[in-house]
Design a protein around this ligand. Sequence first.
Ligand code: G6P
Length: 612
Amino acid sequence: MCGIVGYIGEKQAYPILIKGLQRLEYRGYDSAGVALLDGGMKLYKRKGKVSELSAYVSDKDTSGTVGIGHTRWATHGVPNDINAHPHSSPSKELVLIHNGIIENYATIKEGLLNRGYQFLSDTDTEVLVFLIEDILKKENCSLEEAVRLALNEVIGAYAIVVMSKNDPKKLVAAKKGSPLVIGIGEDEYFVASDATPIIEHTKNVVYLEDEEFAVIEPGKKLSIRTIKNAEITPYIQELQMELENLEKGGYEHFMLKEINEQPRSIRDSLRGRMDPSTGQIKMAGIDEFEKKFLNAERIIIVGCGTSWHAGLVGEYLIEELARIPVEVEYASEFRYRNPIINENDIVIAISQSGETADTLAAIKLAKSKGATIFGICNVVGSTIARETHAGAYTHAGPEIGVASTKAFTAQVSVLSLIALTLGHKNGTLSESRYRQLLEELDTVPDKVEEVLKTNPQVKGISQLFKDVRNFLYLGRGFNFPVALEGALKLKEISYIHAEGYPAAEMKHGPIALIDEEMPVVVIANKNTSYEKIVSNIQEVKARGGKIIAIITDGDKEVTKLADYTISIPAIDEALSPMITVVPLQLLSYHIAVMRGANVDQPRNLAKSVTVE
Ligand code: G6P
């Protein structure tokens, strides 16, 4: 993880860097730092968030038209001032920022220690900047050549930017595994982990590919080479992103804004892809690989976190509607368990960021075994989107809050389209059911809008339960993954222990936890297992548990049983996860706010996990 940003040009670098770091803070926020060149080298680093760095720097000299900045998510070494980036070389002439992990850092460090170098930090990054300077001095070469030679010795993942006091009109940037984008302005360049720090300055960008490095000099054309020294012609793309999508737009938190954006984001995920009046679904990525999909022996869905939960909903959808066997795997497990994959398999990789290291490694593995890889990503141009054979963007717009909300519903919406189109094409779905589901899918954005009106009521319930220590979430069928997602939302932002369970499985363990203290959130909308879930509610009540039930409008039976109910509009159960999840997002949001937690930047988490 970690966010990196750099600037070189004629403007003052510091304000650009700090603003950029704030945009990148979703990638990690345990410490931050900047280095600026203005004749001499200025280096400021601080444990804590970017705001703590800027407060610390407020009375310091920040002049300089060249600079680099970093916001960290610790991997090697605790978060403190010393382990914060940028890291300096032994002579202090070079500084470097890094996102990724240098896996063979211990071996390189040992070699450098044997030659008398002394390290200040516990990081793998410091080893790299020492190595670059060591090569620079030994080979008496250019900065870029020293970087190139050093990277040839490195195993692992990196996005780096290097700045040198002796070469003040140049930045050298390189990438492998972690993302890096270069913004091209007029006589100025920007470098960052993603385009968000760049968008307000220029829309022209170049995404570096793995094992490429760039020599960035204002007034000169961007020079890109591979670390094996082959020249690359930069491919300049125009950013489609809009600046206002990156702001909070009047909401107190990004998470609340993103929850409320769901009617729009779900609509955007469907836009242009389906027409209920003609019964058509058009998804270029599916059409292109139609034969492969329809002949697939099975579909394997990989993802992490919330994206894995969306994958579980996808499994229920595709198996139910298209009758194609589906397996859903944590990308981190899949990549290391020597899975059986062949050319007849389709792997669907789900990732909001499109940068998650485990998901990326999983698809590379599946690709090497001949499988067809389909991506469902939110970030346009992201690494996973580029690594796949085909795909469908979720079009949810930038998601900044670390807890994923609108990305989840957009992922499920795209998975619904895929399941519907496959079911329709292979004839497992009757025309009438297909048409009915298409029409219902079209109503989902409006129904989410309805559910958002329960916000004051959810807030009231949150007030009652904000101090409990445990929560249980139960659901069945399509809403079992929603129970998992509801529990994940609560634990990640409020730090309350929460477990999601298939409701019937409760009696094999979690029931032992139930007493008067235990709130149990039950997704009890009208569906095929409604009667069963009513029984599960009875079981909880019999043991004194407190029931918060998500019910279909007008449901009198569960209203009588439950302590608190939140009503949602009726919807076919196959499409209900996009609706039932919304009150659970709101519940976790309000509880976290009431507990004084930092909702958008929960402790220890990061939005984009580019380390394994
Ligand atoms: C992190 C984020 C989660 C996200 C997961 C997978 O853990 O905090 O919100 O679900 O990564 O990320 P991806 O970008 O691949 O969906």
